[in-house]
Design a protein around this ligand. Structure first.
Ligand SMILES: Nc1ncnc2c1ncn2[C@@H]1O[C@H](COP(=O)(O)OP(=O)(O)OP(=O)(O)O)[C@@H](O)[C@H]1O
Ligand SMILES: [Mg+2]
Length: 387
């Protein structure tokens, strides 16, 4: 029997019925009969002559959670007994001699319910949101956005769990932005894929004081620079697992090229394209928007952020909107001092540049993306106190 089999225990059953039940249960795939006492998925119990003591026992089983479901059997059918059994929370009642079909059907129903429950857990688990931050070109503030959005979301009401993955193969510097030493990167995690489960992953991810769990990028030079299909497949598994563990997975995508970017775009709930008010930046954003649309990615999931924007930019948001044929969801003020200081001290903006326009904008974007809201003052203080 596989390890996933549901366990059944037979208690108080007369010899003849026990033989019948054993044979029937064995004929239905997915159950395993337990010989010892202890917790089981299904308990089958026979009501003997002493109804009072038998129902006391059922009550006890129910209360202790010893069995998830209970089937009853009795030497004869008796409507009072059936009513009493149902009231006691028993799932099925089988008079003897057992009708094979009825028992099989009830067992299949249990299997089906169990399966449905598993699927519910899985779909619930897969609900983490993935945000990929992509730069229209190098140096536009992609990492600044990814790092500061992730740390901002992590301090929101209810402390959502947040992971930050650095997918920048050329200059993966997320740990630097957070003043952390890079320990395990995702190539090393992917290599250990046979051990990959939530527990293993959580021990490997580094936790920042903001609560964000960080997965750094490898430095890929020379031969390693190419993402092989095998490596991409493994990285995909790592990200899938992360999505099932965390409420939010923020990815610093750098300037992605090749197959992994197609995959990242595909799994992302939102792709944030970061650009600056310069002609090359705007032209590249337009190219990326068109490319994503051609890939079949829903246009509403691609959002544009205009970084380093100010009145002196020489080009208005409206002009950019006309050029790229898409609205600019957010524009982030130019604040070299705060961003540079945040990078050089390794402290995110929400802590190092409180109440500045840029930080307020970051909080606004984080709230928009995550549908969350900043924590109230009291909670905020304790978060900051942790730095
Ligand atoms: N809103 C802003 N105002 C002023 N300067 C900014 C702003 N955002 C980012 N910068 C500056 O731009 C520089 C590049 O930022 P960052 O490293 O985040 O960009 P990047 O797109 O990730 O770069 P790379 O291509 O190297 O990955 C940094 O010096 C940072 O201080
Ligand atoms: Mg970067």
């Amino acid at each position: 029997m596989g390890t996933d089999a549901l366990t059944v225990r037979l208690e108080n059953i007369n010899f003849r019925t026990k033989e019948d039940l054993t044979e029937i249960i064995r004929s239905v795939k997915g159950f395993e009969i337990m010989s010892l006492a202890g917790h089981c998925n299904l308990l089958i119990f026979e009501i003997g002559r002493d109804h009072e003591s038998d129902f006391r026992r059922i009550k006890e089983i129910k209360a202790s959670g010893e069995a998830e479901e209970i089937f009853l059997t009795a030497p004869q059918s008796d409507s009072n007994l059936i009513i009493r059994a149902l009231r006691a929370g028993v799932k099925e009642f089988f008079p003897q001699p057992l009708k094979r079909d009825e028992v099989v059907e009830a067992l299949l129903k249990i299997l089906q319910e169990e399966q449905q429950e598993k699927e519910q857990v899985l779909t619930k688990a897969a609900k983490g949101k993935v945000f990929t931050v992509l730069g229209a070109k190098g140096g536009v503030g992609t990492t600044t956005m990814a790092v500061n959005l992730a740390t901002a979301i992590a301090q929101f009401e209810g402390n959502p769990s947040v992971a930050l993955v650095d997918m920048n193969l050329i200059s993966g510097d997320v740990p630097l932005f957070l003043n952390m030493k890079s320990v395990f990167n995702w190539v090393e995690v992917a290599r250990n894929i046979s051990r990959l489960d939530a527990t293993y992953l959580m021990t490997i991810l580094q936790k920042h004081v903001s609560g964000v769990h960080v997965l750094p990028a490898p430095l890929m030079v020379g031969e390693e620079a190419g993402m092989t299909p095998d490596l991409i497949a493994k990285v995909e598994r790592v990200l899938e697992l992360m999505r099932s563990i965390f409420d939010f997975v923020v990815i610093d995508g750098g300037q992605l090229l090749g197959h992994i970017s197609t995959y990242l775009i595909g799994i992302s709930d939102k792709v944030m394209l970061v650009t600056i008010p310069s002609l090359p930046g705007i032209i590249n954003v337009k190219k990326l928007i068109d490319a994503f649309r051609d890939l079949g990615y829903p246009p509403e999931n691609t959002v544009v952020a205009m970084n380093r924007y100010n009145q002196k930019s020489g080009i208005s948001i409206d002009e950019v909107r006309k050029m790229i044929k898409k609205s600019i969801r957010w524009s982030i003020p130019n604040d070299y001092r705060s961003t540079m200081n945040a990078i050089n001290t390794g402290v995110p903006l929400t802590k190092s540049a409180m109440n500045t326009d840029i930080t307020n904008k970051i909080l606004e974007i984080a709230a928009d993306l995550s549908s969350g809201q900043p924590a109230r003052e009291k909670e905020k203080k304790s978060f900051f106190g942790r730095f």
